[in-house]
Design a protein around this ligand. Structure first.
Ligand code: ATP
Ligand code: MG
Length: 455
């Protein structure tokens, strides 16, 4: 994979931008933390210095000037490191302490001191000191500011290391994400290329992920499924139409011939004409169904979608179809929770047609005494519609093929029908973003459908 493509990928550039923003925030926060810590340390140093000066001043007041000189001589060995400065002068002459020459200025000062401890090259000679008169003498107490420099260095080092590690991890993650999305895009590109070369079976590999690209890949696969089905359908349709319409057309032709004969001999041609009309009516139904199927599959049906309460729709149709079932010596029961509307976004006419097709099949292919059942439930948040019967069922090997237009099982050739019912049912389910599956009802057929719920 080309590294340039990965680095210019959306994921990597997004992470790069975030890394820049993170660095800017880190610098701002670091600067604020540094200022805060330095100010606090300086205040603490000043307080410490002044406290020492005040203790010696108190000593001077109670014990006299010589006592202060004595105390400084005593503590001097403790101050050899050069961190602290302490000295007392008499008219510029050092009486005791570790500062060689009397520094200028009264009160708090900041600057170098002539400290007798040797200064290491890395250390700074910057002090905060307090100088003031004590009787006729001059007392200086101070502290080197090395600690400030150390704190500054520690903070800068910590922030730099944090920034480096975080930015490096972000860039590695960005590179990884960009590489992954690029390889998915390549897979999509390859599948589309194969499709454009005429391979109707080409699909984008699905990995079960839920990124935008994965969702797009799934959507494109659904689209490829639809268009390959459309292509197969178109390919098969001409032959199927010729095959399936040959008989009614032939029968209509014969009926018209009969009518003509009857007219020639002066007999009443009405029966023959009615037969011809019946056959043509059946053909019109097939063309209507096929037209609707083609429009739905091509997504050009212009159907208006609205909130549809599936519970009312199912109950209405059950009422009508229980009479149809009764006439055929069969029975129909429904299980619907009265407290739930089972609302979905849909087109009432299409959904109506879907349920009718399934019930009509159950009645058509079921034997006397067949028990048909329609059930509406909620399954993991979806609205589930299940239609079962106790008829002959459909062998597992034929289930997929039966969704193809004009496909019928051999035994059903004796019954009227065009083989468009289940194809339409599936097209309608998919138009409603639902799923459909045929199962064995042991005995009979079990049709399970799921639709995204509106609630
Ligand atoms: N409930 C069922 N039990 C047994 N076989 C069925 C059932 N439903 C459908 N089939 C079989 O599936 C075939 C296809 O059904 P489909 O509804 O697509 O077409 P059709 O019923 O033959 O014609 P149409 O519905 O277009 O009038 C049927 O011919 C039948 O063989
Ligand atoms: Mg049917």
């Amino acid at each position: 994979m080309d590294r340039g493509d990965v680095l210019s990928g959306a994921a990597f550039t997004a992470v790069l931008r975030s890394a820049i923003v993170f660095l800017l925030i880190l610098v701002a926060v670091g600067w604020a933390a540094l200022t805060y810590v330095q100010n606090n340390l300086q205040t603490e140093i000043r307080e410490d210095v002044k406290e020492h000066w005040d203790i010696l001043a108190a000593d001077h007041q109670t014990e006299g000037a010589d006592s202060v000189v004595e105390t400084i001589r005593h503590v001097r060995p403790l101050y050899v490191s050069g961190v602290r400065a302490l000295a007392i002068f008499d008219e510029g002459r050092r009486l005791a302490g570790n500062v060689i020459t009397q520094p200028p200025g009264e009160g708090f000062q900041r600057g170098p001191l002539d400290h007798e401890a040797p200064l290491s090259p890395a250390a700074s000679n910057e002090f905060i000191y307090y100088g003031g008169a004590l009787g006729g003498r001059w007392l200086v107490v101070g502290q080197r500011l090395d600690i400030l420099q150390h704190a500054r260095e520690a903070i800068v080092r910590t922030l730099a290391l944090t920034g480096f590690i975080v930015v490096l991890s972000m860039l590695a993650l960005g590179y990884f994400l960009s590489r992954r999305s690029l390889s998915r895009l390549r897979e999509i590109e390859a599948a589309l290329e194969r499709t454009s070369e005429g391979d109707t079976g080409a699909r984008i590999p699905e990995n079960g992920g839920d990124t935008q690209i994965d969702r797009m890949a799934r959507e494109m696969n659904r689209h490829l499924d639809r268009s390959s089905r459309l292509m197969t359908t178109t390919r098969n349709t001409a032959a199927a139409v010729a095959q399936d319409l040959k008989s009614p057309l032939g029968r209509a032709y014969l009926a018209l011939g009969r009518a003509q004969d009857q007219l020639t001999v002066g007999a009443d041609p009405s029966d023959a004409l009615f037969d011809a009309q019946d056959e043509l009516e059946q053909m019109r139904g097939v063309f209507d169904a096929y037209l609707q199927l083609s429009l739905i599959e091509a997504g050009t049906d212009n159907a208006r979608f609205e909130r549809v309460g599936m519970s009312a729709l199912v109950r209405d149709l059950a009422e009508t179809y229980s009479l149809v079932a009764e006439d055929a010596g069969q029975s129909l029961v429904t299980h619907v929770d009265d407290a739930d509307d089972y609302e979905i976004s849909g087109n009432p006419q299409m959904l109506h047609r879907l349920v009718v097709n399934l019930l009509q099949n159950a009645v058509n292919y079921g034997p006397n005494g067949n028990r048909i059942c329609m059930e509406l439930t909620r399954q993991s948040g979806d609205v589930a519609l299940v239609v079962t019967d106790h008829g002959p069922g459909i062998p597992e090997t034929a289930r997929d093929a039966l969704f193809q237009p004009f496909y019928r099982l051999d035994p059903s050739r004796t019954k009227p029908g065009s083989g468009l019912g289940l194809a339409l049912v599936r097209a309608i389910v998919e138009r409603h973003s639902g799923t459909i599956a045929l199962h064995d009802n042991d005995p009979g057929l079990r049709v399970e459908m799921r639709f995204p719920s509106l609630r």
